[in-house]
Structures are given as C-alpha cells and as structure tokens.
Design a protein around this ligand. Structure first.
Ligand code: 3PG
Ligand code: MG
Length: 396
C-alpha cells in the first residue's frame, strides 16, 4: 500500500477523502473535532511537499439532497483555524463551482467540497459520480478510516480512476494500531465491551474470545446476560431474543478459558433522565419500574483491578448512559483505570471509536491512552476480520 510518507505531492492536486462526519450542536458548532485534528499530518505533508488538497467528506445521513443541517460550510472556519490556511469551499461537490475552484487551486491551498451525500450516487457507489469527483484532482488519498467500511463512490469506487492511490496517516495509524492489538498483544490482554446491544458486538466478541485473557462486559448489553442467568432487570434495556446467544457466549468463554467479567452491581433509575431517583442494587436484582443506567461501585472496583494488571487493553462502548452525568461515573472510572494502566503499567491501550472515544476525549484523556480510534463501525468491522472496501481500494 502506498502511503503519504513516501509520496511526493509537489505540483499535485490531491483529492483527500477524510471523515469529517463530526458532531455539531444546534448552533452548528463542532462539539468533538478529534476527526479533524487527526488529519493535520496528512494535509500538512501534502501542502509542505508543494501540493494542494481538495478535501471530500460526508456529514450525517442526509436523505433528500442539500440540507442546511448537513452542509459542510459549517466546517470552513474551524478548518481554516486548524490548518492555518484560509480554506476555500465549493457549494457543490461536482459541477462547475467545484471544477473551476479545483482548477484555480494553487500549491499550499485547501479546497473543501460540499457534503458528498447530497448526491445519492455517493452511497450507491455510482461510477459516473466517482469519475466526476476523480477529475478534480490527480492523486487519490484515502484518510477516511471511519468510513472505510462503506463501499461508496468517494471511499472506494473512485480508486479505480487513479494510478496514484495513497493511504493517509490516519488510515495507516488506525490499521497499525488495530493490528497491534489483534496480532502482537502482550498479555494479559483485556477487552472491555460496552454499549447497549449484544447484536452489534457479537462478531467482535466471538473473535476476541480467541485472543483475550479477560473479557469485561458492561453497559446495556449486560441486562440481556442477566436475563440469561434468570436475573431481574426491571425495565432495563434488553434483547430478549438474544438470551440464548448470551448463554452461548458464556459457555464459549468458559470453554476457551477466558475470564468473563460482568458487573456485580448496577446503579438504577426510576426514569430515563439525569435527575431520576437512583439506587444501587446487586446485578440481577433490579426492581420492577427501575432500569439499570450504570455499573455500580463494586463493579468499578472489580473492573479496575483487572485493568490495572493488564498489558493490552481494548475498550469499546460505554458502561452506562454516560450522556447523563449522574450515570457517567462507571464509564469515567473505567477511563481513569485505562489511563492509569497505560501510564503506570506500560499497557498498550486502544479506545475503539464511537461513544467510548467521546467519553475518553471529553474527559481530556485523549493523549493519555495509547490510541483513540476515529472509527466506530469501521474499527469493529476491521477487528471482526472483514475486508474494508476503503482499504481494499488502496491495495488494488
Ligand atoms: C461514522 O461516523 O460512523 C462514519 O463517518 C460513517 O458514517 P455512516 O455510519 O453514516 O456511514
Ligand atoms: Mg456509523
């Protein structure tokens, strides 16, 4: 795979697929710019070689063409600040505006194209659309690891129109860190899986059972495990049709000698809100009318002990509803424990994207763990062993 470090961009117009699918608040301000900052080295390399960069991304999942809410124009000012260059903007990702701006682009300049998903052709992987995008530049750089699991026009299909296809630094780092976890992990290896659904995590959990020493499970999916053990979960979130799957996983972990660790207590609430009444109960003893929204203090201690002794840590998914500060205590405590293990025990820690990455970044811990992935679904699919179309397109 060709990478930015050994490619000379002098005089080139690099079409860079980035994943700037970042969260915006109601005033269209970016609330987590991790994905943007992550691309600085790639963009800097292109510009300092004497090339120019045409940035392409999607934002959100627009369904009916151009919409204010999903316009990438909201990113122009923040991007100019981050890259230290006044970023130009094409109000349409193809067509006259994009073409003339791309043609006029000078070395050292950056052009951002409007949301690719304003065309349904993007998600369909339409070749004609991909070719129109491809004509805007002369080298394709794919740095959108977070979207590499999509076989879309800009993430995969347009690769076929280039002889020069280059993996950006984000793409490279993501793949290296994921491989490090899966192939060269020092023991003990602990995976911490959270989130609300077993069905989202089943494939990765099964794969991890062949690799890890400890599997900690927290978050909403534990209530399905509680059901499997005949516990009471009140009105907690669960997947009753996945109870047999949960039982199978418990058996598989046993058969493979994996230490499966689940919460021993839960903080539950009488309402799904930050200000609900709270009580801590033993796992599987949640009263009727109450729902588990966090792990309890005994679980925190149990998990912390395991994490403290680990040399490799993979964490994906929060321990509770961490968007509510009153129920973020478990998730934050796990973030603390992972930072400690990294700094004091020299553990290699990878935070899988999505919610656990936001939790770590919001706590200001982004630089104190080994690596925070910019991918959510993409990282999971890569770790499940799937071929990511965005990566395959770079290798073709
Ligand atoms: C993400 O945030 O998961 C990526 O940007 C991909 O977005 P998508 O799930 O809408 O394809
Ligand atoms: Mg997604």
């Amino acid at each position: 795979m060709q990478t930015v470090s050994n490619f000379n961009f002098a005089g080139k117009k690099a079409l860079v697929r980035v994943d700037f699918n970042v969260p915006l608040n109601e005033r269209f301000e970016i609330t987590d710019d991790t994905r943007i900052k992550a691309t600085i080295p790639t963009i800097q390399k292109i510009l300092s070689d004497g090339g120019s960069a045409i940035l392409m991304s999607h934002l959100g999942r627009p369904k009916d063409g151009p919409t204010e809410k999903y316009s990438l124009k909201h990113l122009v000012t923040p991007l100019s600040l981050v890259f230290g260059v006044k970023v130009k903007f094409a109000t349409d990702c193809i067509g006259e505006d994009a073409t003339s701006l791309a043609e006029a682009l000078q070395p050292g300049e950056i052009l951002l194209l409007e949301n690719l998903r304003f065309y349904k052709e993007e998600e369909k992987g339409d070749e004609v659309f991909a070719q129109k995008l491809a004509r805007l530049g002369n080298v394709w750089v794919n740095d959108a690891f977070g979207t590499a699991h999509r076989a879309h026009a800009s993430t995969a299909v347009m690769g076929k129109f280039f002889t020069d296809k280059v993996a950006g630094y984000v793409m490279q780092a993501e793949l290296e860190n994921a491989q490090k976890i899966l192939e060269y992990s020092e023991r003990p290896f602990t995976a911490i899986m959270g989130g609300s659904k077993i069905s989202d995590k089943i494939l990765i959990i099964e794969r991890l059972l062949d690799k890890v020493d400890n599997l900690i499970i927290g978050g909403g999916m534990t209530y399905t495990f509680s059901l499997a053990e005949g516990g009471k979960i009140g009105k907690s979130i669960s997947e009753p049709d996945k109870v047999s799957l949960a039982k199978e996983l418990i058996e598989k972990a046993k058969a493979k000698g994996v230490n499966l660790i689940m919460p021993v207590d839960n903080v539950c609430a009488d309402d799904f809100s930050n200000n609900a009444n709270r009580q801590t109960v033993n796992r599987g003893e949640i009263p009727d009318g109450w729902e588990g929204l966090d792990i309890g203090p005994e679980s925190v201690k149990l998990f912390q002990d395991v994490i403290a002794k680990s040399k490799t840590i993979l964490w994906n998914g929060p321990m509770g509803v961490f968007e509510f500060p009153n129920f973020a205590i478990g998730t934050n405590a796990i973030a603390d424990a992972v930072v400690k293990a990294t700094e004091e025990n020299g553990a290699f820690s990878l935070i899988g994207g999505g919610d656990s990455a936001s939790a770590v970044n919001n706590a200001g811990y982004g630089d104190r763990v080994s690596y925070v992935s910019t991918g959510g679904g993409a990282l999971l699919e890569y770790m499940e062993g799937k071929v990511l179309p965005g990566v395959a397109a770079l290798e073709a």
